[in-house]
Design a protein around this ligand. Structure first.
Ligand code: MN
Length: 261
């Protein structure tokens, strides 16, 4: 298959290299990735600035481009301008850090896959959770191997084109991973914490951090609890944010234009 590979951790991220090495064994892989880290930019696109592109030469080990845009820019620009033929699939990752619960909305990794589905392409986002013990030396090998398997299985899953898959891996060696669960997005989110500091010139600044909250829940059905229990989670996501039940209810409500507006 001809695959477009992108990420939000930037073109130098080890997760991108690990995924590239695995996918290259059986597929043609074209890389269009951000020049610098774009984590948590969500689905942003670049409109007020130019998007500069740099061809990745043979010494990089990649065939493709690094660009000064966001993950969503990478997919748009790759499909519309940079690739001679459209890819058959978009693969985003492997992000260092889980993308579960509400954090899916902030994720550049997931947004790149969503952009792929908006353009009508089968798309997968891949993220590896970490612990303080694995952060400095994350092992992407199991995730990269599973990604290759998933890419090959994707056509048999029968997914509608408006759906992309958000896949998360627990920070475990392959033999300790408990299995695969199809999950829904949980309500897990970062508990806000702003570190209040003063710069060397005496000016106040803040650095945003925070820990994930929302660990409780049904590990059989929801993404973060299942990930914490040691499962690979596969969540189908869509970019249409309409709440169907609420829309039905609104259809029965009386809301009219006020007489004088
Ligand atoms: Mn990231």
């Amino acid at each position: 298959m001809r695959l477009l590979l992108t990420n939000d951790d930037g073109v130098y991220a080890p997760g991108l290299a690990a995924l590239h090495a695995a996918l290259c064994q059986n597929h043609e892989v074209l890389v269009v990735a951000p020049e610098t880290e774009q984590s948590a930019v969500g689905h942003a696109i670049t409109l007020a600035d130019p998007i500069r592109v740099r061809r990745l030469g043979p010494r990089t080990g990649f065939n493709g481009w690094a660009i000064t845009g966001t993950p969503a820019d990478c997919v748009k620009l790759a499909v519309c301008e940079l690739l001679e033929e459209p890819p058959e699939m978009v693969v985003s990752g492997i992000n260092l850090g889980a993308n579960v619960g509400v954090n899916v909305l902030y994720s550049g990794t997931v947004s790149a896959a969503s952009e792929g589905s908006i353009l009508g392409l089968p798309s997968v986002a891949l993220s590896l959770a970490f612990t303080p013990a694995t952060l400095d030396n994350p092992d992407f090998s199991f995730a990269a191997g599973f990604a290759t398997y998933l890419v090959e299985q994707y056509p048999s899953l029968g997914l509608p084109p408006e759906v992309s898959l958000n896949v998360n891996f627990p920070p475990l060696p392959g033999e300790k991973v408990k299995g695969v669960r199809f999950t829904r997005q949980s309500n897990a989110r970062l508990k806000e914490r702003f570190h209040r500091r003063t710069d060397p010139r005496g000016h106040l600044y803040f650095w945003q951090g925070g820990e994930m909250m929302g660990r409780d829940g049904d590990a059989a059905t929801t993404d973060f609890p299942a990930l914490l229990a040691g499962y690979v989670t596969v969540t189908p996501v869509r970019h249409d944010l309409t709440h169907e039940d609420a829309l039905d209810r609104l259809g029965q409500a009386a809301l009219h234009l006020p007489p004088r507006l």
